[in-house]
Design a protein around this ligand. Structure first.
Ligand code: SF4
Length: 295
């Protein structure tokens, strides 16, 4: 119940979850588009404090909690033994608990053996959110993701193999309107390829929206990076959906950053999604006003 700041980040789908702070900030904290943890110096909280917070949550919420999200940016980085302690205490304090989820950094994921990941899954680590952003090495380098596509793929595959429900996010418009961050078609085709090889259960395609105080936000303000327009984003989204062949895949593109909200299952909704995008490109569907446009 204790947080280091008032600004708490969690995936949109975790709005019902109790947020348990296990780490502070993000172990990478270098991505040029991301402003979430820029002010925070990364550290893992002492496990005693985390266990104490679980007692506080039990007093406050009672034993009926069903979902817990482990904050901040990369809780899987915790020592496996400590993460196991947290999971065991959560499931014993809250007998109705159904899901414990976290953001997973690719390097932290790979610092654990496949056996450790399996043990974490068996102890109740239900889902991991992995920010893949792109399957293109050019784009990953451009945004300072800190890993190449091969490393990212391996991290995702390890999570899937461990039985952890994997939710991946990728970002449309990440190469810029003038190719400042690379070739957009290569970005999209490589992204479809990495997703097809990783085989997550969920995929969210967000749209790049410049954030104040970030290197890429500064580039936008200085005219060094041009944000893609809605038509371009729709074409990227179309190409991505066309090339995805994971079955089944829960697909969403309905974040506040997206122009055309899409949500459904692939492959069964593929034709419907493509038709909607085509109608939007023809101007037959009104697009959403989106988050942070025109920083
Ligand atoms: S995008 Fe993720 S990995 Fe990159 S700085 Fe933000 S929280 Fe950290």
């Amino acid at each position: 119940m204790r947080y280091d700041s008032d600004l708490l980040y969690r995936p949109p789908g975790e709005w019902k979850s109790y947020l348990l702070q296990c780490t502070i900030g993000c172990s990478n904290n270098q991505c040029t588009f991301c402003g979430m943890y820029k002010e925070k110096k990364f550290r893992v909280r002492p496990v005693e404090d985390i266990l104490e917070d679980i007692d506080m949550a039990l007093d406050y919420y009672g034993p009926g909690l069903r979902r817990v999200f482990l904050m901040d940016g990369d809780a899987i980085v915790m020592k496996t033994g400590e993460l196991m302690q947290v999971l065991r205490k959560l499931y014993s304090a809250f007998p109705l608990l159904e899901k414990v989820t976290l953001y997973a950094g690719p390097r932290s994921t790979l610092s654990k053996s496949p056996q450790e990941l399996k043990e974490l899954h068996d102890a109740g680590l239900s889902r991991a959110y992995l920010g893949v952003e792109s399957g293109s090495d050019d784009v990953l380098r451009f945004i300072h993701k800190g890993v190449d596509a091969k490393t990212m793929l391996l991290a995702g595959q390890r999570l899937v193999e461990a039985g952890i429900d994997l939710w991946v996010t990728v970002i449309l418009g990440m190469t810029g309107a003038n190719g400042e961050g690379g070739d957009w078609q290569e970005h999209i085709l490589s992204t479809a390829k990495i997703i097809n090889e990783m085989r997550p259960r969920h995929l969210s395609a967000m749209t790049f929206a410049p954030a104040k105080g970030t290197p890429l936000g500064d580039d936008v303000l200085a005219g060094r990076f041009t944000v893609c327009d809605a038509d371009h984003i729709l074409r990227e989204c179309r190409m991505l959906i066309e090339h995805l062949d994971v079955d089944p895949l829960h697909f969403t593109s309905n974040h506040a950053s997206n122009y055309l909200p899409l949500k459904g299952g692939l492959p069964e909704d593929k034709e419907k999604f493509l038709a909607l995008i085509d109608q939007a490109l023809e101007g037959k569907i009104r697009l959403r006003k989106t988050l942070n446009r025109g920083i």
